[in-house]
Design a binder for this molecule. Structure first.
Ligand code: NIG
Ligand code: FE
Length: 439
């Protein structure tokens, strides 16, 4: 299908001027490289803009007055007038735990009455309770529930989602989750990108009976199972592009994380890491050392860790919905931006620490609690998020040659997104050039 969207009030391209990127004369834009510092505020806005789409890709971007006379209108071209509206890239939710069994509203109620997320986890709740439910759930049920979530996410403008495994913690159940993630791609419009996260927690069968304390856990045994059985099998079946480890207090140590991520890297998976979410344990340092594409959460990173991340070009994926839900600190986002670390945003959708499915709400939280400007937050939720899942060359901005994943928002300017953070203004969603929401 051919599509032209014209007379767009604000076309938010996310295509920054070469100067803002510090690229000198800048004929070449560094496609796929996450933006840092001031470049995060360059939204490349075109007023009275036009975007033309053919066969799923963007073929022209510019001012309506300049482009319209040059465009050939084929008989089957659909033309949309988007006066007084915003057109922008679809949101990229680059960190979720989308596929899981069961639910944990009982824990929500406990937290509301003052019991902390970590206290619940130490008593066998938290991730371990979802592992029990996910192991028992059939593929059909996992798929059915994930599809409902994806449908809602699409309505809120998310066009690409990363999803981790990590609620199986045994080879067959990890593979079951990853196969469900793969199948979801054929069943609905959102692209779902797979990450293997066998190192999300230590499973019951590696814990001493009657005691869930750290001392009785057969840590080496489980790390060995991950490295010698899970990673090779997941890699052989090509079920994951990335490997993630929960490196934090009470879960995997920096040494264990390095071992797992280096093994995964040798098998062709790109390292990611849940880092310093609950305490400062040296996980940001691990991200730098293994050259992780992204480090996520980062509520308590050390200065040394941030410096190593910057040197490695690691993207900080910040998840303010989780801080809100488990009543924790917010990541030091301004410091990261000032240091030149690229920042991305995501929901962290999961059954425990954050059940938020919509990116506009996360953008609002990022402005209110991380101190991002609306422009920085939009960049973090689109282009930089695409870079965090190695897709910055294909999605996350509206540029000639890129895949046509975009939104028509019924708002006069992009600042309305964080300003009205709990309102859904998505009118139309275009995925790979096809209208999948609205008309
Ligand atoms: O990103 N931090 C680790 N994992 C998830 C929480 C998962 C859960 O509570 O089920 C997170 O917050
Ligand atoms: Fe997470």
């Amino acid at each position: 299908m051919h599509l032209i969207i014209q007379h767009i009030g604000q076309l938010v391209t996310l295509s920054p001027s070469p100067n803002a990127l510090g690229e000198g004369r800048g004929e070449v834009k560094p496609l796929g490289k996450a933006r840092v510092g001031l470049a995060m505020s360059e939204l490349g806005i075109i007023e009275d803009g036009l975007v033309a789409i053919e066969n799923g890709n963007i073929v022209a971007v510019g001012k309506t007055s300049e482009l319209k006379p040059k465009l050939k209108l084929l008989p089957h071209t659909k033309v949309i007038d988007a006066g007084n509206q915003v057109v922008m890239p679809g949101f990229v939710d680059c960190h979720t735990h989308l596929v899981y069994g069961g639910s944990r509203e009982n824990e929500f109620e406990m937290r509301v009455s003052g019991i902390t997320y970590q206290e619940i986890a130490a008593k066998g709740g938290g991730i371990r309770s979802t592992v029990k439910a996910t192991r028992l759930a059939s593929r059909e049920v996992l798929k059915r529930d994930a599809l409902k979530r994806l449908d809602r996410m699409l309505m809120w403008g998310t066009t690409t989602v990363e999803s981790k495994s990590g609620y199986g913690l045994e080879t067959k159940s990890e593979i079951k989750q990853l196969e469900v993630i793969k199948d979801l791609n054929d069943l609905q419009a959102i692209e779902v990108v797979p990450t293997f996260m066998g190192a999300h927690e230590f499973p019951e069968e590696f814990r001493g009976t009657g005691d869930s304390g750290q001392g009785t856990v057969d840590r080496d045994g489980y790390v060995k199972l991950i490295c010698e059985e899970m990673i090779p099998k997941v890699a052989e079946a090509a079920l994951a592009e990335f490997c993630d480890v929960f490196c934090d207090q009470g879960v995997f140590t920096p040494e264990e994380a390095i071992k797992i991520l280096e093994t995964a890297s040798n098998f062709g998976m790109i390292p990611k890491i849940h880092a310093d979410e609950l305490a400062s344990v040296g996980a940001a340092e691990v991200a730098g050392k293994v050259k992780a594409i992204s480090a996520e959460h980062l509520l308590y990173p050390s200065q040394a860790g941030l410096e190593l991340m910057k040197a490695a070009g690691t993207i900080a994926v910040l998840l303010p919905g989780t801080s809100l839900t488990i009543k924790k600190n917010y990541a030091p986002a301004r410091k990261m931006i000032e240091m030149g670390i690229p920042v991305a945003l995501a929901t962290d959708l999961n059954p425990g620490s954050c059940t938020i499915e919509n990116m506009p709400f996360i953008i609002g939280l990022a402005c209110l609690y991380l101190g991002l400007t609306p422009a920085e937050a939009i960049c973090a939720a689109t282009y930089n998020a695409a870079c965090a899942i190695k897709r910055g060359d294909r999605i996350g901005s509206i540029e000639e040659g890129k895949q046509a994943d975009l939104l028509i928002m019924d708002i006069p300017n992009y600042r309305y997104i964080p300003y009205h953070y709990a309102v859904n203004y998505v009118k139309t969603v275009v995925k790979k050039g096809r209208i999948v929401v609205g008309q």
